[in-house]
Design a protein around this ligand. Structure first.
Ligand code: FAD
Length: 469
């Protein structure tokens, strides 16, 4: 009988452990994607990017004579209906580790099994299963460096090749039309602009990895900190949808290291930061929704999104150039450089004393590489409320950070149009992408700081000194 293969964040054929195992059985395989409440609840940019990913993956399957069956609805009900329609005896998938997915998948597995269906899950979305990395006391890891030490020399399975053949079922079940899902609906204004900046699909992601390893990894150690330089892999948007496997990235990094490429070790470490986020999200699900350190519940965070300072932050009009450039980069490209993410997060949580949840939600709405675990970890790290976090009293100065990481002002010059006679295309695209009701124009004066670098730092440190915990 056929195997239903339930795709989620694994839109690839190469190194897809579950799909490879299904193909090896020689039984018919029916690839399925379900737009369930978990995927449907995501922000505008990740949903739009998901649509592009599904289109590319559907085409890749079609090249092998297979199809991607699309259905919308509750995961369990939809899978049960497909089992009935196709006579499938098995439902297999690759595991995810964020709380919403874990809760859904645990329920689905139990219910399918109770109905006599062979429900199986496989590893492959991260390097090491969260329950397989333990401290000497048998606990999970809360701090990155010991986590890194625990896994850096561990064996990571070699990537498995794409199945050469997927046996088709006698007849294909009905599929929704991707267009009818309107995954880009909320992205109407920005989509053509953000569309210039995405790299979609498995083949393109493999090309990206090859280009990075071939050219940029050597200098990655330093270049990764400079937002004006194309110094990183940009693989996050592909990794979050599984258009490329993390194991392939790991092995490519190891080979580069063996070839003596200087930056390869740092690249491997960054890949493990991704694992660390998933390790924490799995072991302490509150990472994605609550202050990981509960005492931070008592901190006087601003949670009011209507405050002028918050609006200015979202719109890239704080008057702090590093912050504004970064927020515009996000709006136009669906991506933001890691250094910039740290700067805007620090400014929001410290200078503006706003709750990290406001920033986390804004990123969830606008990042094409949005990942539930990495986003939550990044925000809790920046705010000081996470398990391994930068202390609250360490406040990034967004002005002196410019001197360190954008000395020639290339990055801020690229993104901020106001006051320039010949702004870049990207800087102007920002004004095309934003809603007209914001009433912004490149001819406006550049604003004075809503909260200055020194003033904000002082305010944040006072609040920290006076905290009740
Ligand atoms: P590279 O430098 O080429 O790194 C290679 C890969 O390693 C990345 O693709 C990513 O998968 C992983 N990685 C690198 N840095 C980190 C990190 N600090 N944490 C976790 N994984 C990392 N990353 C996301 O993928 N999705 C998010 O939603 C996200 N939100 C973030 C929010 C904040 C506030 C912060 C500070 C960081 C966030 N990050 C997030 C992590 C990081 O900024 C991005 O992964 C990175 O900028 C992606 O660019 P790249 O692919 O060129 O990275």
């Amino acid at each position: 009988s056929p195997i239903l293969f339930w795709h989620r964040r694994d839109l690839r054929l190469t190194d897809n452990p579950g799909l490879a195992a299904a193909a090896l059985t020689g039984r018919p395989v029916i690839p399925v994607f379900i737009l369930d409440e978990v995927f449907d609840s995501h922000g505008a940019a990740p949903k739009w990017r998901l649509g592009l990913g599904l289109e590319a993956f559907g085409a890749a399957l079609a090249e092998r004579g297979a199809r991607l069956v699309l259905r919308r609805g509750g995961a369990l009900q939809t899978l049960a209906a497909l089992v009935r329609e196709t006579g499938a005896g098995a439902v297999w998938w690759n595991r995810l580790y964020d709380p919403d997915s874990v809760e859904r998948d645990t329920g689905v597995k139990a219910d399918l099994k109770a109905d006599g269906i062979d429900a199986q899950s496989f590893a492959g979305h991260i390097l090491h299963e969260p329950w397989e990395v333990e401290t000497k006391q048998g606990d999970y890891y809360k701090v990155f460096t010991p986590f890194w030490r625990a896994v850096k020399d561990r064996e990571v399975p070699d990537p498995v090749t794409a199945p050469s053949d997927l046996t088709a079922p006698d007849s294909w079940p009905d599929s929704d039309a991707l267009e009818d899902w309107q995954l880009g609906a909320a992205m109407d204004r920005g989509a053509p602009i953000v569309g210039k900046h995405v790299v979609v699909g498995e083949r393109a992601a493999q090309g990206r990895l090859a280009a990075f390893i071939g050219q940029r990894v050597q200098d990655y150690g330093d270049a990764r900190d400079l937002p004006s330089v194309d110094g990183t892999s940009r693989l996050s948007e592909n990794l979050t949808l599984g258009e490329i496997s993390i194991r392939s990235c790991w092995h490519a990094g190891l080979r580069a290291q063996a070839d003596g490429k200087d930056g390869a070790g740092t690249f491997l470490q960054e890949l493990v930061w991704r694992d660390f986020g998933h390790h924490l999200a799995y072991n302490t699900p509150r990472l994605t929704s609550e202050n990981w350190r509960e005492e931070w519940d008592a901190f006087p965070w601003n949670e009011d999104e209507r405050k002028a300072e918050v609006i200015a932050w979202k719109r890239g009009r704080t008057g702090i150039r590093f912050v504004d450039a970064a927020m515009r980069e996000l709006y136009v490209t669906g991506h933001m450089h890691n250094r910039s993410r740290m700067i805007v997060a620090s400014y929001l949580c410290k200078h503006l004393m706003c709750h990290w949840k406001i920033g986390k939600a804004w990123f969830e709405e606008h990042l094409t590489d949005w990942d539930p675990a990495s986003n939550a970890l990044g925000w809790q790290w920046s705010a000081g409320s996470g398990p391994d976090a930068t202390p609250y009293f360490r406040v990034f100065n967004p002005v002196t950070q410019l001197d360190r990481f954008d000395k020639k002002r290339t990055y801020v010059g690229h993104w901020i149009a106001e006051g320039q006679s010949q702004p870049s295309r990207d800087a102007l695209d920002y004004f095309e992408a934003i809603p007209r009701r914001w009433g912004l124009s490149p001819d406006d004066d550049y604003p004075e700081p809503v909260v200055g670098a020194d003033e904000g730092r002082k305010r944040a440190l006072e609040a920290y000194e006076n905290r009740s915990f």
